[in-house]
Design a protein around this ligand. Structure first.
Ligand code: CUA
Length: 150
């Protein structure tokens, strides 16, 4: 009987350790930042995440370098003109956040160490709320950003 108990406990420990390793490794907790450096355009992009953040790339086109962190979106608010075509580059500096822009089809997960991208054309003026749809802690529900199209 003891042998069986030992076997079960060992299996549980192995499974737990394996799952934790997979989660940490795969979601980039350990490799945080590595995803940037594998890409030749990475240094410029890393800088964009740190300062610039909203970069005009055409007459009414922008690249937005959006960072999710406990518990806000940066940059916010963003001002753009009607018809603006925006390419979002989205990442997180801590845990998983959900990047969803209400009233649009934008919905992706902000993952530490990984840059997700999505493009959208804002054809109607108004205030669009960026909401976090991934539970990320005590102030999750207050993690709201704004995109103002005028
Ligand atoms: Cu960030 Cu929920």
């Amino acid at each position: 009987e003891r042998v069986w108990i030992f076997c079960v406990v060992t299996m549980l420990l192995l499974l737990t350790a394996g799952t934790m390793f997979y989660a940490v490794y795969d979601y980039g907790v350990v490799t945080k930042g590595a995803a940037f450096h594998a890409d030749p355009t990475a240094p410029a992009r890393e800088t964009a995440f740190q300062d610039g953040r909203v970069i005009q790339t055409g007459p009414n086109a922008y690249s937005v370098y959006m960072v999710g962190h406990l518990w806000m979106w940066s940059p916010s608010p963003i001002h753009v003109k009607q018809g603006a075509a925006i390419t979002f580059y989205v990442t997180s500096t801590d845990v998983l956040h959900g990047f969803e822009v209400q009233g649009t089809t934008i919905n992706l997960t902000a993952v530490p160490g990984i840059v997700g991208t999505v493009s959208y054309n804002f054809s109607h003026p108004g205030t669009y709320h960026i909401i976090c749809n991934e539970f990320c802690g005590i102030e999750h529900q207050a993690m709201i950003g704004r995109i103002i199209v005028d």
